[in-house]
Design a protein. Sequence first.
Length: 238
Amino acid sequence: MLPTDTALVLFSGGQDSTTCLAWALQHYARVETIGFDYGQRHAVELTVRPTVLARLRAHNRDWDAKLGEDHMIDLSLISAISQTAMTHDIAIETQANGLPNTFVPGRNLLFMTVAATVAYRRGLSVLVGGMCETDFSGYPDCRDDTMKALQVALNLGMDSRFKLETPLMWRDKRQTWELAHALGGTALVDLIRDETHTCYLGERGTLHDWGYGCGTCPACALRARGYRQYAGTEAPAA
């Protein structure tokens, strides 16, 4: 049996995964991180990851003691077999099936499967991801039912007892900012705003009140609206 106080966090360098990492560091005694280079258009998120990790260590001495190895995995095959606005330089638009073309089929399924494989080898029992079906673009691999089904499949296929945790599943972006504040105060909110990257287009030239980004892509729009609701400068959605 794997120890129940150990976790592997899917950590991209973005707002959601950084908040999930802080959450895991509050809840588990030993935490490792895993990131994926899948040929993403916004590869700058991989560039900011080391800085975010260093800042989290400096933010909290207990977190520093708990935070272990970071694993970077090459999953460039995703880009090779997909044609999406997240992996190719094409305009963001809605597809005939109603999903935005930023949806990368199979991405989160593959991420969790690879993470489970690493966790199995490292003796880690909990997989933590930033999937959310509250403020999202309709991605089917972000749904709670998908994660529950995947947990069953992984445990059957690996004869294990992994637990998949998704702390943001039922939180909108305002509540995600609020969770960050509850975990680490204004200092953690500022760290996430200033250092993480979410913009689909990889734009990092302008620091807005909510962070860096183009300000127009779906990821920026969600992040900006959530931050302004959190800060009280925009009314929450009805």
